[in-house]
Design a protein around this ligand. Structure first.
Ligand SMILES: C[S@@+](CC[C@H](N)C(=O)[O-])C[C@H]1O[C@@H](n2cnc3c(N)ncnc32)[C@H](O)[C@@H]1O
Length: 310
């Protein structure tokens, strides 16, 4: 039910993922998952995909789908742009729903809005010919903004219309309808495709290093930070385990944030530094940097690097 990007190839083969063929339909920001249940009832032949950044909502939606016996949905915890770029293949989706997206009404936050030209460019490469994004919102200013951005991309035709009844039964729809707010809807129909392919993030072999010397105690550890445009890496905390150190790292890359467990432990050849086996992140440039940062911290504590593969 929950997709783990590190375990999936790019692009994902939807037939293999669902065990059947069918129109592939994505909901971005599914919240409590109510709308996915509606779609499953209305269109049992659709293969449903959901993206949601809020972990608590993902857990709630997973419980709801199970309770309602919906077996045709796969969920992704994270940014929809990452999902589109790294798991969904070219022209694979028939339709995308965005119901009541966060409007980011303050001017200084407008850059956080999802429906902007770069998003429409990426989306155009993942939607099938004639495929469409359907937006429903209570926010007139965001509605105008999104339609202007879609038109500015030159890749979508905007067809305003009444919201489909099923989009008026989400948690937020009910909230806004209770307050008698007007609701806006449009289909953004793909008419052309961006001239770049939007390849997925590069993946690397598992990074590790071999060091010599004596590991410091966990109490000697202090937070380590490395910032760069490609990735921000923070080694947050360390603790003693299995004769060595385990370190919790947070790795933030564009559209992707991962919590990664690293380890430094004695082995027959010296001190092994790398990923904890129980942790299977997507091995990105940022994850390699996290291992490198730990190695440098250990070098600063007197250990010597004898071999490095990252
Ligand atoms: C206002 S809520 C609407 C929830 C639901 N669609 C509804 O109508 O009840 C917006 C949701 O979008 C999610 N979200 C915001 N940006 C996102 C992104 N880039 N990718 C996936 N989900 C996102 C938020 O976490 C939030 O749950």
């Amino acid at each position: 039910m929950l997709l783990v990007p590190a375990e999936l190839p790019f692009p994902v083969d939807p037939e293999a993922l669902y065990g059947r063929a069918g129109p592939w339909v994505l909901e971005i920001g599914f919240g409590d998952g109510r709308f996915l249940v509606e779609l499953a009832r209305l269109h049992p032949e659709w293969n449903l995909l959901g993206a949601e950044v809020a972990p608590a909502s993902v857990s709630r939606a997973l419980r709801r789908l199970k309770r309602e016996g919906v077996a045709q949905a796969r969920l992704f915890r994270g940014d929809a742009r990452f999902l589109l770029r790294n798991l969904v293949g070219p022209r694979a989706l028939e339709r995308v729903y965005v119901n009541f997206p966060d409007p980011w009404p303050k001017k200084k936050h407008a850059s956080r809005r999802l429906l902007q030209v770069p998003f429409f460019r990426l989306l155009s490469t993942r939607l099938a010919a004639g495929g469409a994004l359907r937006l429903t919102t209570d926010h007139p200013e965001y509605f105008d903004f999104a339609t202007a951005e879609a038109r500015a991309s030159g890749l979508f035709e905007v067809r305003p219309g009444p919201p489909p009844p099923e989009t008026l039964r989400t948690k937020y729809a009910r909230k806004w309808l209770d307050q008698s707010r007007p609701i806006f809807h449009a289909a953004f129909v793909k008419t052309a495709e961006a001239d770049e392919a939007f390849p997925p993030i590069r993946r690397y072999p598992v990074p590790h290093a071999l060091m010599q010397g004596t590991l410091p105690p966990a109490e000697a550890f202090t937070k380590q930070v490395e910032t760069a445009p490609e990735a921000n890496v923070v080694l947050l905390e360390a603790w003693q385990a299995a004769g060595g150190l385990v370190v919790l790292a947070r790795v933030e890359e564009p559209e992707l944030a991962q919590e990664v467990l690293l380890e430094a432990r004695p082995s027959s050849k010296g001190v092994y530094v790398g990923l904890r086996p129980s942790c299977s992140p997507l091995v990105t440039a940022g994850v390699k940097r996290a291992v490198g940062l730990l190695v440098r911290w250990l070098e600063g504590r007197g250990l010597e690097t004898v071999q490095r593969s990252y």
